[in-house]
Design a protein around this ligand. Structure first.
Ligand code: 5AD
Ligand code: SF4
Length: 449
């Protein structure tokens, strides 16, 4: 078959592709790149796995339970293939990178194995698998950013989209597998980022989230992250801009000032603390102390008193004492996080912690500490929601509420979900709302007419 636009031969020939995505937002963005690459080759995306010819699973290695879930899913897919022998199954992303040998041979073997930097090569890998071989490419690159590939937006809310601005990570936190699965840090060309965001805006999108493992260290030529953020925010005052994730060590005053200077840069900072104990932070190789972290929070509060601060926390890291754990709880209180992702430490093969530190906190202690952390955060989140009652917010509408179709839901600049009566509004509208009530996860409001 020939592509009528480019006159290139394409090999997909209308065969159907399905991709299932696990893990972080970067992976969601990567899946959109994968679909774009495969569509150019003549494959057609389907969201029905039962009619797919090729199924790719975009995987995550961050914790052991993430990988266990995917092994379980793979067993189910093998069942599907027994009924449909022509079905091709591929594992792509972080697990492909980490576990290539196991995925190529033996009972866990799949047809296609592609690491996070090998997605341009996928059409060839799929062809090899179609010819009866195995398509394998797990080479990491120091340059690949998929800069000019236009992602195929699969979420289809048509209002908010992710835009990847960098890949990889050079921080080497001692617990983390990402530097090994995603390779070295590299930033994507600024002009392509701004062009992608502008195209999204012209197509009706009203919010972009700039994504990277550590967006604060973005740099291409003399464009650093505050400069990039500003250029994207200048596309239109009607375009909201968010970003994730920030590393506290690189959270600069200039970034905070840039945010404060533009109302369409959202008042929300995800600032993973991981622990409230300086001794633990040191073993984690986080390169900041509790005091430094609190200083950054203070700077944010000084310039943007209405800014939401959210975090990631790990319970039971190597050598964590009861006192260290108390320090995490007190940090949470002191900051008053609006929201947190909370995890039990999970040892990952090949990391510094696995090689040099002892995973010595017993599992039941980890569980007990995590439970305490979760209970405290539930209280803090509720307090944060209650504080909003009576206040006014501008909501960007994302869609119709799942519970009732006469209600809409959207988000505040602080990234909280608000549900309110539809009025004459639709997705993509900005609506001024007064908060009238809340549950633990949602705010309820009414339009200010
Ligand atoms: N165990 C538990 N949590 C981890 N994270 C990263 N690595 C691990 C691990 N080995 C958490 C961190 C990070 C988030 C994405 O996942 O909190 O910020
Ligand atoms: Fe999971 Fe980290 Fe890979 Fe994202 S980068 S998919 S969180 S291991």
């Amino acid at each position: 078959m020939i592509d009528r636009n480019t006159l290139r031969p394409v090999t997909g020939d209308g065969r159907r592709l399905f991709v299932e995505t696990y893990g972080c937002q970067m992976n969601v963005g990567d899946t959109e790149i994968v679909v774009s690459v495969m569509q150019r080759e003549g494959y057609v995306y389907t969201d029905r796995i039962d009619e797919a010819d090729v199924v790719l699973i975009n995987t995550c290695s961050i914790r052991d339970n993430a990988e266990q879930r995917i092994w379980g899913r793979l067993r189910e897919l093998r069942g599907l293939r027994r009924r449909r022998p022509s079905l091709l199954i591929g594992i792509i992303g972080c697990m492909a990178e980490r576990l290539k040998e196991r995925l190529v041979e033996g009972e866990d073997a799949v047809d296609i194995v592609a690491g996070p930097d090998a997605y341009r090569d996928l059409p060839r890998l799929v062809r090899e698998a179609e010819a009866g071989g195995k398509g394998v490419n797990v080479l990491l690159s120091n340059e690949e950013t998929y800069a000019e590939i236009a992602p195929v937006r699969l979420d289809r809310n048509g209002v908010s989209a992710f835009v990847a601005i960098m890949r990889g990570c050079d921080n080497f936190c001692s617990y983390c597998v990402v530097p090994y699965t995603r390779g070295r840090e590299r930033s994507r060309d600024a002009a392509t980022i701004v062009a992608e965001a502008r195209t999204l805006f012209e197509n009706g999108y009203r919010e972009v989230t700039l994504l990277g493992q550590n967006v604060n260290s973005y740099r291409t030529g003399d464009v650093d992250f505050p400069a990039l953020l500003k250029s994207v925010a200048e596309i239109s005052p009607l375009l909201r801009v968010r970003f994730a994730t920030s590393h506290p060590k690189d959270m600069s005053d200039r970034l905070i000032e840039t945010m404060a200077s533009m109302p369409n840069i959202c008042r929300a900072i995800h600032l993973p603390a991981q622990s409230g104990s300086t001794a633990v932070l040191e073993r984690m190789n986080r390169k900041y102390t509790r005091e430094w972290y609190l200083g950054r929070v203070e700077a944010i509060r000084r310039l943007m008193p209405d800014c939401a601060i959210t975090t990631d926390l790990i319970a039971g890291f190597c050598g964590e004492t009861e006192e260290d754990h108390r320090a995490t709880l007190s940090l949470m209180e002191q900051v008053g996080y609006d929201f947190a992702y909370m995890f039990k430490y999970s040892e990952r093969p090949g990391t510094f912690a696995q090689r040099h530190l002892k995973d010595d906190v017993p599992d039941e202690v980890k569980t007990a500490r995590l439970t305490e952390i979760i209970n405290l955060q539930n209280e803090l989140s509720e307090r944060s929601n209650r504080r909003d009652i009576g206040r006014e917010f501008e909501i960007l509408v994302e869609g119709v509420s799942k519970r009732r179709d006469d209600q809409l839901f959207g988000r505040t600049s602080q990234n909280k979900v608000v549900v309110f009566d539809r009025g004459g509004h639709e997705a993509g509208d900005y609506v001024r709302v007064r908060i009238t009530g809340c549950s633990s996860a949602t705010l309820y409001g009414e339009e200010i007419l």
